[in-house]
Design a protein around this ligand. Structure first.
Ligand code: ADP
Ligand code: ADP
Length: 227
């Protein structure tokens, strides 16, 4: 599904140049659940940003399904493909405070075609899926952190993305809520979603099917879970 070939990402400012990604070569198959670990500053967020096409590599190729090389795709085509194919989950939820939960979830359909009735049904199904339907008309600040993250997952999955990218999705949650989020991600993966998740939690990484470790902008190990 995904192949990263010799991906580099350098940041240049004045005289200083930072290499966030030195040389990333990575394949991710459809249906995988990949955990990405590594110390702060090793390039995890940069990698996820590139996978999510909100950042571009300085060099290298990013092959995605039959879309070709996303590293050189024009911005308009990228935005459309992102909206139709990718779902994002963040550490800090990133819900819009002024919108209700239902309206936040609807944002995940911005790039989707379909009738109003069809969209309404998808939104209800997504909220149902993560157990947040009873909060549909509430605003984010009226919800607990765990509920907000589940709403954010509903927004990520409402458009039925082929890839879910999660950047420390349990980082701001207590143990119980973190486990709930992991259970949801695991069952979405069981239903066919491909997931790439950055995490600092070894126990949450163990719930993925494969774990890669990064150091200084490189992948230094890749271990599949014994089943
Ligand atoms: P974390 O370890 O939680 O990922 P970081 O401090 O490494 O946090 O980075 C947080 C965000 O701040 C990154 O996603 C990146 O976009 C931005 N960032 C990190 N380092 C720099 C920097 N030197 N200059 C500008 N932005 C940076
Ligand atoms: P991680 O997510 O593993 O903590 P990041 O991908 O955030 O790592 O950062 C990798 C490296 O790139 C760090 O050295 C960070 O300071 C640097 N970096 C990240 N974003 C920026 C940016 N926007 N400008 C300059 N340097 C950055």
């Amino acid at each position: 599904m995904i192949r990263l070939e010799s991906i580099q990402r350098r940041y240049a400012s004045d005289e200083v140049e930072t290499t966030a990604l030195a040389d990333i070569n990575l394949e991710v198959a459809e249906g995988e659940f990949l955990a990405v670990m590594g110390p702060s500053g090793c390039g995890k967020s940069t990698l996820l940003n590139i996978l999510g096409t909100v950042d571009r590599p300085s060099s290298g190729r990013y092959l995605f399904g039959d879309h070709g090389d996303l590293a050189v795709m024009n911005e308009a085509a990228l935005a459309q493909m992102r909206g139709q194919t990718l779902g994002f989950v963040f550490q800090s939820f990133n819900l819009i405070d002024e919108l209700t939960i239902q309206e936040n979830v609807a944002l995940g359909l911005a790039y989707r075609k379909g009738s109003q009735g069809d969209k309404k049904q998808r939104i209800e199904q997504a909220m149902d899926r993560v157990g947040i339907s009873h909060r549909a008309r509430h605003y984010p600040h009226q919800l607990s952190g765990g509920q907000q993250q589940r709403a954010a997952i509903a927004r990520a999955i409402v458009g039925d993305p082929s890839l879910i990218l999660a950047d420390e999705p349990t980082g701001n949650l207590d143990t119980e809520n973190g486990q709930q989020v992991m259970d949801i991600l695991t069952s979405l993966n069981g239903e066919g979603a491909t997931i790439i998740m950055v995490t600092h939690s070894p126990s949450h990484a163990d719930m993925a099917k494969r774990r890669i470790d990064m150091l200084d902008g490189r992948v230094v190990s890749s271990v599949a879970r014994a089943i």
